[in-house]
Design a protein around this ligand. Structure first.
Ligand SMILES: *Cc1c(COP(=O)(O)O)cnc(C)c1O
Length: 406
């Protein structure tokens, strides 16, 4: 998508608006498949919590993708988007046995991440094929909030509890068909990933009926200029070789699974917002946009640095700006950022707005959530209308009549 395309979208659908480039999503999907083309059974399950618009789910379904889901509602959305239940994985954390049973009844692959549920589920449904989430305790990830493999993490069954785990499996005679790990987002070092993979290979030897190994995700994509990204091609070369050797050792051709979210959709997305006000104070020039952390919370929540461009006047002299929102709290998108001179009414484009942006949006300050547009074959297709006042009122139940104040 070029700036002129983005401007056209802002013109046509208004601002603020999310725009996703279908080609970029397809490119990333094919890139990952290609990197692991030496593995004969590869499966990519899109982690839909990154961006759960039904049109995006359909786009990936048509490419042959499976889905990784973390809630029963995500499973329902996936089924609604036309995924076969067998293509959906359910990898929840801290949900009730009742929810797991309900999802199991839908024919979806269950992935269990604690010993208590494993024992309860295994006792009740010994015949159901189950995957187990192992925590290899490998520290990966750029931010403590998104690092899920470390020793204090709430995710997965500790690899140190393997003997206990195996005992539960033997006692219940349950059917373990896969083991899984997900060490968190933002893997910078392939060596760390390969090290965690070794722990998974080792754990896999304790189970005789495996069909797949799921290596989760956490691939890092560049956000800022000169950012490092996970070298997928290099990882593909090394892990494929090791995986194929492991299959020989295990005596069976297993399926290798990944479940990327950010890698597939982050760079495909742009968030467009209009500058309402340029405010010069004694020390700072603020550019105040028609949005806030209600639409894009990552900069405030994770400290993410989304590249910002002035697509209305890209050639202007660069100046330093603090880009802020209209929420009645501090909601700073960027501090002291060099951006081509901004005039009121200009459209700013935020990059890397595909993953964990719209899906984390809220109605804080009773603002509407923005529209979403898919850019495909040279034009913008509306895939979610922006909200209206009806949406704000939906499900609210007013008192039957005015309440007298005392
Ligand atoms: C969130 C999540 C992913 C996707 O992580 P990314 O960093 O977006 O690739 C994969 N697997 C599980 C279990 C997750 O919770």
């Amino acid at each position: 998508m070029q700036s002129k395309d983005l401007l056209q979208v802002a013109e046509q659908f208004g601002s603020p608006v999310y725009v996703y480039d279908a080609e970029k999503i397809q490119f990333q999907y094919n890139r990952l498949s290609k990197a692991f083309s030496k593995v004969s059974k590869l499966r990519i399950n899109y982690a839909m919590k990154a961006l759960s618009n039904v049109a995006i789910l359909q786009l990936l379904r048509d490419m042959g993708s499976g889905l990784d889901t973390v809630s029963i509602q995500e499973v329902m959305l996936g089924l609604h988007a036309g995924y076969e239940p067998e293509k959906i994985f359910y990898t929840p954390n801290g949900v009730s046995l009742e929810e797991i049973e309900e999802v199991n009844a839908m024919g979806v692959q269950i992935n269990i991440d604690n010993l208590s549920i494993l024992e309860q589920f295994g006792t009740k449904y010994p015949e159901v094929p189950v995957c187990i989430r192992i925590n290899p305790h490998v520290m990966a990830g750029g931010n403590a909030n998104i690092s899920v493999g470390h020793i204090d993490s709430k995710f997965g069954i500790s690899v140190h509890q393997l003997p206990h785990l195996v005992r539960i499996v033997e006692n219940t005679k349950m059917n373990i068909v896969g083991i899984h790990m997900h060490t968190g987002s933002d893997i910078l070092d392939i060596g760390v990933f390969l090290y965690a993979a070794e722990i998974l290979f080792d754990a896999a030897k304790s189970f005789k009926n495996l069909e797949f190994l799921d290596f989760g995700s956490g691939f890092k994509v560049p956000y800022k200029k000169d950012d490092i990204e996970t070298d997928i091609e290099e990882l593909g070369k090394k892990l494929s070789k090791r995986f194929n050797a492991f299959c020989v050792e295990y005596g069976k051709e297993l399926t290798l699974i990944f479940e990327p979210g950010k890698f597939l959709v982050s760079e495909a997305g742009c968030f467009l917002a209009k500058v309402n006000v340029v405010k010069q104070t004694t020390s700072t020039v603020f550019a105040g946009i028609d949005s806030g952390f209600n639409h894009l919370i990552r900069p405030m929540f994770y400290g993410s640095q989304h590249h910002i461009e002035n697509i209305s006047h890209p050639k202007g002299k660069e100046r330093f700006y603090s880009v802020v929102g209209y929420i009645c709290e501090t909601d700073t998108f960027a501090n002291n950022r060099r951006i081509a001179e901004i005039k009121e009414g200009d459209i700013l484009s935020f990059r890397n707005a595909g993953a964990y942006c719209y899906s984390m949006a809220s109605n804080y300050n009773s603002r509407y959530k923005p529209a979403e547009v898919l850019w495909m074959n040279g034009e913008g297709h509306l895939i979610r209308a922006h909200e209206t006042f009806e949406d704000i009122l939906r499900n609210q139940i007013p008192l039957p009549q005015a309440v007298e104040t005392v």
